[in-house]
Design a protein around this ligand. Structure first.
Ligand code: GLU
Length: 312
């Protein structure tokens, strides 16, 4: 998708206010910032606050203050998913009108019980398509538990700046996936596609944990006629002893005072984690100087193939 000389890069960082930032989110913030800014682009901030049940009060503010501590200033207003419900509804209605969706009455338990529902790549269940031909009618009117999009038989392929060409067969990995719950709440996959489209985001840089979701998002972009952004999925920071990083590990929080005084050290560690070689003269310099060096010198070709522990 890249190429047109006049195209301005629009990148973004989209944390969920379900907890404080951690070192993995800081890697995504710094990586997306530098990738956008090295090309003179804009870097937007969006709070993914769709799932109200998982939100922790005060966290949105804590995330903003923490980013500021690192000198990571965003362009324009902070966007919030909670402000996009009308737009999600439009996209949902458009998909419905084109016959891309169907209502599904299956509970998670029923899907898990179904013999033809193995686990997909991202550990989610593969929906076997039980309601594709209509919801089963019992004695009572069936309850709609979700709205699902019919996925194609063909692979969805895209080129990731770090991971190279990725192909995924949605019927094998997720099956017809949900875009809206029966209670009306929109699913992350639909929301993020609409959010990025609304803000003209053309460069998505985020953690590798979201790589497996990308083909679903690309499929929705194709259905809705939205342009496809460029993608770069960054290596993941491992928790203690190489385990998957949990929300409680390596918290980076303004409110908790968990970083104060260590911002520069952390920022340099993140740059090294991303395969860059900041000079030793930057030790002890303000974050803005370190980021400035990053903007001029960041080279995505040096992004490492593997993640690991963030070495300080
Ligand atoms: N809000 C998502 C998260 O914190 C990220 C969404 C995205 O980058 O697409 O995991």
């Amino acid at each position: 998708m890249s190429g047109s000389p006049e195209r301005q890069i629009v990148g973004r960082f989209a944390p969920s206010p379900t907890g404080a930032l951690h070192s993995g989110s800081l890697v995504a913030a710094v990586g997306s910032y530098l990738m956008a800014k090295r090309d003179g682009g804009r870097w937007l901030l969006r709070l993914d606050d769709l799932d109200t049940s998982r939100q922790v009060p005060g966290m949105s503010d804590d995330i903003l203050r923490t980013l500021e501590l690192f000198g990571l200033f965003w362009d324009g207003e902070v966007a919030r998913q909670s402000g996009h419900l009308e737009e999600y509804r439009h996209a949902f209605d458009a998909l419905l009108r084109m016959g891309a969706l169907y209502p599904c009455g299956c509970s998670r338990k029923e899907i898990a019980r179904s013999a033809s529902a193995p686990h997909g790549e991202d550990d989610g269940l593969v929906y076997p398509g039980s309601c594709r031909g209509g919801m089963k009618r019992g004695k009572t009117e069936p309850v709609i538990r979700s709205w699902r999009v019919r996925v194609p038989e063909d692979d969805i392929c895209f080129s990731d700046l770090r991971r190279g060409r990725i192909c995924q067969n949605l019927s094998a990995v997720s099956g017809d996936f949900a875009v809206r719950r029966g209670d009306g709440e929109f699913a992350y996959q639909l929301a993020v596609v609409v959010d990025d489209y609304l803000a003209d985001v053309n460069q998505v840089v985020r953690g590798d944990d979201l790589l497996a979701s990308t083909p679903r998002q690309i499929y929705l972009q194709q259905q809705l006629g939205f342009p496809q952004p460029d993608y770069c999925h960054l290596p993941l920071v491992a928790g203690p002893a190489g385990a998957k990083l949990s929300k409680r590990d390596n918290l980076i929080s303004h409110q908790l005072g968990a970083v104060v005084g260590r911002e520069q050290e952390l920022l340099l560690a993140v740059l090294r984690f991303l395969g860059q070689s900041p000079p030793s003269e930057l030790i002890g310099c303000p974050c803005t100087d370190i980021l400035e060096w990053g903007v001029s010198n960041f080279d995505p070709l040096h992004l490492p193939a593997q993640g690991g522990v963030l070495e300080m």
